[in-house]
Design a binder for this molecule. Structure first.
Ligand SMILES: Cc1cc2nc3c(=O)[nH]c(=O)nc-3n(C[C@H](O)[C@H](O)[C@H](O)COP(=O)(O)O)c2cc1C
Length: 157
């Protein structure tokens, strides 16, 4: 099968997650095409399944991600889809825990909900890869977690 991994990334963290996802898709014997939405807005791509990811910024997905999802409806309605995002790791300090509200309903869940609205067959689980600082880097286990997530998604197909 052929999978499309579409992502947006400002500082490169979501890009690293997308690359790990594409590698794992290939490791599982499928074809994977990476689509950097910051380089080219190609909306005519087609495949058997789709993964879409964005950094969470101001609790939202990027506008490029939203635009892509709206157009992807044409080729991916009825097909399996999974969402991922990058978020700030919640602070360890319990007094700063209200910062969790920043991440709870961020880009990932919003991507999943929009894709569902567009008729895609969404994977209920959303991959939320954590970054340590506002610009990254990714936490130690983020890429391993990303690969494990893809394995679960592919098993569901
Ligand atoms: C302007 C701005 C707003 C952000 N808003 C959020 C947010 O609402 N929630 C959150 O968890 N992280 C937030 N972050 C941190 C981003 O999630 C982080 O920069 C991103 O994961 C990095 O991914 P990228 O390297 O692919 O751009 C914000 C970062 C910036 C620069």
């Amino acid at each position: 099968m052929k999978g499309i991994v579409a992502f947006d990334s400002v500082y490169g963290n979501t890009k690293k997650v997308a690359e790990a996802i594409a590698e794992e898709i290939k490791a599982q014997g499928h074809e994977a095409v990476l689509l950097d939405l910051g380089l080219a807005m190609r909306t005519n791509v087609d495949g058997d399944f789709l993964l879409v990811g964005s950094p969470t910024r101001m609790k939202r997905m990027t506008s490029r991600t939203k635009k892509f999802l709206r157009k992807a409806k044409k080729n991916f309605a009825g097909k399996p889809m999974a969402a991922f995002d990058t978020i700030m790791a919640p602070p360890a300090d319990p007094e700063k825990r209200e910062a969790k509200k920043w991440t709870e309903n961020g880009a990932g869940p919003k991507i999943r909900d929009l894709a569902e609205k567009k008729g895609m067959k969404v994977f209920p689980e959303v991959l939320r890869a954590e970054v340590i600082d506002i610009k990254g880097p990714l936490t130690l286990y983020a890429l391993d977690d990303s690969r494990a997530f893809v394995q679960r998604f592919l098993e569901s197909l």
